[in-house]
Design a protein around this ligand. Structure first.
Ligand code: GLT
Ligand code: MN
Length: 344
């Protein structure tokens, strides 16, 4: 399949997806339902699904895999869209990385982060993500919250300083990805506002390097509106990356196909991104469900991409003058009707 592109999009028009999107179907209640596809073998599968930008964790593609990965990317006409250190999988990070109470763990987190900066640059990704994974707490007073935020400030300052010193203008940009809960009962950097606050506390010299990677389902899990979350990032000039998927209300993290549960909201999101002329990568963070068979493992990507293309095209046709008129006259119910008309 050739690359799927998003018509009339400013900047990058190809789509991104993570190698972890094509997992073997494990969940907290049961093991794999499909055979595990080795990470590097997932790269051709992403290409076959029309993806342009690959995303991966350091535990999936490590420093030793760089040469092999570069070769595969070239062979399949792909680019690295995003790279991210896993601060959540290894037992050592069971209680967080930058916010662990153990200074040895915090040091290891920083070491891994700096190594990930190098790999990000080597693989040619422009963005490195920090997902808040296990940064948080399950028990009262298990951590000192004020220390935790100071530790994150210290840690991210050090990452930014390293990148600036080593790479100058070629330094990657860092996007923090908020999530309110799961795997922790309470996660630090639980929402976009908290991430923007943390960035405001960083050393002014590194602040321009830091932004947000909002994920539609994570906002939804927090009971928040993801269109507003994205608008907030845009207004702050901090929408560095985006993870698209969908989610049934506020329950466990589902990573459902983009465009599935709330298509009208997704249409509005496309309108917002179009009007902002946002240039970044539209990336999926979806999960092939454990009920899907091995041969259908990429359905999650092709379905998300088809939905995105459809919604994007419909959003291009939304008459901005009509929207403005509905706003001026305060006819919000009629506006809702108009959007539905555009969608259905
Ligand atoms: C994990 C998480 C995602 C993050 C990934 C990057 S890992 O799958 O659920 O939201 O984007 O660390
Ligand atoms: Mn994500």
């Amino acid at each position: 399949m050739s690359k799927i592109t998003i018509p009339s999009k400013a900047g990058k028009t190809g789509i991104g997806a993570g190698v972890w999107n094509l997992g073997p179907g494990r969940d907290p209640f049961g093991g794999p339902t499909r055979k595990e596809i080795p990470i590097l073998k997932r790269i051709p599968l992403l290409a076959q699904s029309g993806i342009t930008y690959v995303e991966a964790h350091d535990v999936e593609i490590g420093p030793r895999d760089v040469a092999k990965t570069q070769k595969l990317l070239k062979q399949y006409g792909l680019k690295m869209g995003m790279y991210t250190p896993s601060f959540f999988a290894a037992p050592v990070f069971k209680d967080g990385a930058m916010t662990s109470n153990d200074s040895k763990v915090r040091k290891l987190a920083l070491k891994n982060a700096l190594q990930a900066v190098d790999v990000t640059v080597e693989l040619g990704a422009e963005v490195m993500v920090f997902w808040n994974g296990r940064e948080g707490f399950d028990f009262m007073l298990a951590k000192n919250g004020q220390d935790s935020i100071r530790r994150m400030i210290e840690g991210f300052n050090a990452v930014g300083a390293y990148a600036l010193e080593k790479y100058g203008k070629k330094a990657p940009r860092f996007a923090m990805e908020p999530k309110p809960n799961e795997p922790r009962a309470n996660m630090y950097l639980s929402n976009v506002g908290e991430v923007l606050y943390l960035i405001s506390r960083l050393d002014p010299a590194v602040q321009p390097l830091f932004g947000v990677n909002p994920e539609t389902a994570h906002s939804r899990m927090a009971g928040l509106d993801y269109v507003w979350d994205v608008e907030l990032c845009l207004e702050a000039g901090k929408l560095f990356h985006i993870h698209l998927n969908s989610q049934d209300t506020t329950r466990y993290d589902q990573d459902l196909p983009f465009g599935y549960t709330e298509p009208l909201k997704d249409l509005a999101l496309c309108v917002v991104l179009q009007d902002a002329k946002w240039e970044g990568i539209l990336a999926f963070d979806v999960k092939a469900p454990r009920t899907d068979a091995q041969k259908d493992i990429t359905d999650i990507l092709t379905t998300s991409a088809a939905n995105l293309r459809r919604l994007w095209a419909k959003a291009l046709k939304v008459d901005r003058k009509k929207v403005a008129a509905f706003r001026t006259s305060g006819r919000y119910t009629a506006l809702a009707g108009y959007l539905a008309e555009c969608l259905y």
